[in-house]
Design a protein around this ligand. Structure first.
Ligand SMILES: Cc1ncc(COP(=O)(O)O)c(C=O)c1O
Length: 380
């Protein structure tokens, strides 16, 4: 029996998308490929709500995040970045490895730096070159809610606005052009419900110009090469992962058929049902209320509840997959992905399986939890 993949990536992949991977191989230097790749780029632009260039990298999200760093940042550049979990820490480290002078706005896990703290950092660092931010900190289940205001700060000194939207694009609001985002990074295997391996990245004309004029000493992730190939022939510089591109195109079609507005509402309603139902059951969300993510639900383990036994029981007895904690949260929290295909069925089956697992492990749970979630799901 198939698993219900409630991980914060990879997530459940619709059958239509999986089938698309069986499309026979084509020549990646041909009209067939130009049709496939331009389709992917144009549909991705619609989902990102941007007219900017898109590069669909054959890599997981980390590859696209690294590309955003090596193509934009040089030794000594000043960069501001809020740090509140594993992925923002990793990004700050990558920036440091690149030689940047990194100003970390560190807050406790489960909380976000406030907009005022970000503004203060801009006020104190007029020579900042870029603001990097992880929109949805997957390791702690937190989400930043002021990205619409950041371009007011970056436009003051013409600095770059870079968003790691790996775990959220396709599930929440993210109008790239309206919010003035220069570089936006996503990954197929999360809220876009595609298989892992394609990570699209959007690049504004200003950032593109800079990257072409200042190419990094790298080969595979040198974005200037991708711009040249796309502008000249609508191809990629290196052999693309063809089956994954077919699947990604199908996943984009599904997103566009549903429409972003309906999709965002579905993610919000399902996350509300998760938070409410699981709280009623006796579990407490890890993130502070105002920082809670609508695509990743992180929950504190109950006293004595052992991570490995809990998750292996969920997986083996109920075929439901959830993730453990990362780094210093290992063994302290578990995380439920509320992404991509997530709908009533996924929420109810996951809550029910968690409840049964807790019962089997000797914890008393509130049978009302399912009713509470069901009530919230009526909004769909
Ligand atoms: C916010 C964020 N950034 C980057 C990554 C890295 O992505 P990948 O595991 O696809 O390389 C992840 C993965 O979960 C993520 O959640």
């Amino acid at each position: 029996m198939e698993y219900l993949v409630m991980l914060p990536g990879p997530t459940n992949v619709p059958e239509r998308v999986t089938r698309a991977m069986f499309t026979p191989t084509i020549n990646h230097r041909s009209k067939d490929f130009v049709k496939l790749y331009t389709d992917v780029i144009e549909k991705t632009q619609k989902v990102f709500q941007t007219s900017h260039d898109i590069v669909a990298l054959t890599a997981s999200g980390t590859g696209a995040v690294e590309a955003s760093v090596v193509n934009l940042i040089k030794k000594g550049d000043k960069v501001i970045i809020p740090v509140n979990g594993e992925f923002s820490s990793r990004l700050a480290t990558m920036l440091e490895w690149q030689g940047a002078n990194v100003i970390r706005l560190t807050t406790p896990f489960g909380e976000n730096a406030t907009f005022d703290q970000v503004k203060e950092a801009f006020d104190n660092n007029k020579d900042v070159k870029a603001f990097y931010v992880v929109y949805n900190e997957t390791s702690t289940g937190t989400q930043v809610r002021y990205l619409d205001k950041i371009s007011k700060l970056t436009s003051r000194n013409d600095s770059y606005f870079v968003v790691d939207a790996v775990s959220i694009l396709g599930g929440e609001e993210l109008p790239v052009d309206k919010w003035g985002i220069d570089v936006c990074i996503a990954a197929g295997q999360k809220a876009m419900a595609a298989p892992p391996g394609i990570s699209p990245i959007s690049i504004s004309p200003k950032a593109k110009k800079y990257m072409i004029a200042n190419p990094p000493p790298t080969f595979y992730f040198n974005l200037a090469r991708y711009f040249k190939y796309y502008d000249d022939t609508k191809e990629t510089p290196f052999t693309p992962a063809l089956p994954l591109l077919y699947a990604f195109r199908e996943a984009l079609d599904i997103i566009l058929e549903e429409g972003m507005e309906a999709r965002i509402k579905r993610h919000r309603v399902c996350s509300d049902a998760f938070y409410s139902g699981l709280s009623a059951m006796g579990l407490s969300p890890f993130a502070k209320q105002d920082a809670r993510s609508t695509v990743v639900i992180a929950l504190n383990y109950l006293q004595g509840l052992e991570d490995k036994t809990f998750r292996s029981t969920l997986s083996e007895k109920f075929r439901v997959l959830v993730a453990g904690g990362f780094g210093e949260l290992k063994g302290k929290v578990f995380r439920v992905g509320c992404m991509g295909e997530v709908h009533k069925y996924h929420v109810m089956r996951t809550i029910s399986a968690i409840s049964s697992t807790l019962d089997m492990m000797g914890y008393k749970t509130n049978p009302e939890a399912l009713k509470v979630a069901e009530e919230k799901l009526k909004a769909l």
